[in-house]
Design a protein around this ligand. Structure first.
Ligand code: ATP
Ligand code: ATP
Ligand code: MG
Ligand code: MG
Lengths: 222, 222
């Protein structure tokens, strides 16, 4: 499903503020695999995830998603690929502040043309799956940190994406709530979906089939 | 230093969306103590912290900070108390996006009238203490999740506040970086400052002198 070769990302290249976020990383992730990415703060984990999710473009190297060379796609083709294939749980949640929890969760369904009554029904079911059915009418500012994270997770799962990318999905959760979320991810993987998850919690990484170790923009082979 | 009695907080009281966030909690925290607050997602930890930090007002109960009954203070007196006594690390970081890391860290010093050259010097030292001296000129959007959290920590420490309130301060950090931050907190406590920290990581709670357990808006005595 996912193949990346010598992928590099440099911010502000050639200037005094140049930062090498990724320094030539390569790897392959099969369909239906559950992979964890671990590593110190600032080591390049989110940068790699953003490239895999077609949210950003690499400075160098090649990336193929489902056999398609992503560098050959234009911006609207990349957006179409994201919408059809990929679900995101961002490190900062990125919920829309003026929408309710239900509206935030239903949002991905509006992009693929699902009619309103089905959107409501599926979004309510997704909120129930993360334990927040009673809070559907609340806005993000009326929810705790961990509740906001769970809304972001429900939004990422609503389209049952072929590839789920989750950046520290249990970072704001206590261990019991975190385990409940990981069970949802394992159900997705059992159904043949690919799950890629960033964490710095070894107990979370243990749920994955294998772990990639990032350090200073490089992948260490364990 | 901190005494709270039957503290309650209810959102949207009397309406269909009523939520009881805190259900009558009492406790005392001495000056120079290091206390951890743990509990499930949505149990009331951040709500209690916001009341202790005079960022919000309780629906019921009493709160005294340094012997002063906070309910007798008006908004500007509460702001003065916060500025002089309390440092915050918020769960969502709350960094100002258009300011650099250095400017964000120096901000609390502008409120207490420290001249510009000293602000710059102390802010640079605070960034060095959290391992980010080279990133002083970057804005929050150019930093990783864990780096942003460390900027928020440096900002909270810059005024060497009498009371440090930290809401999941190591939530976005790997365990090694997290330990370095906790060492900074312990140095503050050794110097006689009070540290109150929310976490769902037992390894972090172990650094505290004692732990308060929240559950459904109540404090359980262990
Ligand atoms: N403005 C608000 N309106 C309605 N409910 C609110 C509001 N703010 C907080 N709450 C609710 O109050 C309860 C306690 O929230 P709080 O943020 O204190 O939880 P927490 O223990 O910090 O959780 P987490 O570990 O997820 O951060 C939650 O159920 C939350 O949804
Ligand atoms: N827009 C940008 N401009 C400059 N540097 C950037 C930018 N975005 C990210 N970086 C830098 O790239 C490096 C990798 O960042 P990344 O967000 O991938 O780290 P991470 O491994 O996810 O860290 P964390 O665990 O703290 O979230 C960091 O040093 C970061 O500061
Ligand atoms: Mg990151
Ligand atoms: Mg909280």
């Amino acid at each position: 499903v996912i193949e990346f070769e010598q992928l590099g990302k440099v911010y502000a290249p050639g200037s005094a503020a140049e930062v090498v976020a990724l320094d030539g990383v390569s790897g392959r992730i099969q369909a239906g695999e559950f992979v964890a990415i671990v590593g110190p703060s600032g080591s390049g984990k989110s940068t790699l995830m953003n490239l895999i999710g077609c949210l950003d473009t690499p400075s160098s190297g090649r990336y193929r998603c489902g056999g398609v060379d992503v560098s050959q796609l234009d911006a609207s083709e990349r957006a179409e690929l994201r919408r059809q294939q990929i679900g995101f749980v961002f490190q900062g949640f990125h919920l829309l502040p003026r929408m309710t929890a239900l509206e935030n969760v239903a949002l991905p369904l509006t992009y693929v043309g699902v009619p309103r009554p089905q959107r409501r029904e599926r979004a309510t079911a997704a909120l129930r799956a993360v334990g927040l059915a009673e809070r559907a009418a609340h806005r993000p500012s009326e929810l705790s940190g961990g509740q906001q994270q769970r809304v972001a997770i429900a939004r990422a799962l609503i389209n049952r994406p072929a590839i789920l990318l989750a950046d520290e999905p249990t970072g704001a959760l206590d261990s019991q709530t975190g385990e409940e979320i990981l069970t949802l991810f394992e159900q997705l993987r059992l159904a043949g979906h690919t799950v890629i998850l960033i964490t710095h919690d070894p107990a979370v990484a243990n749920h994955a089939d294998r772990t990639l170790y990032m350090h200073d923009g490089r992948l260490r082979t364990p």
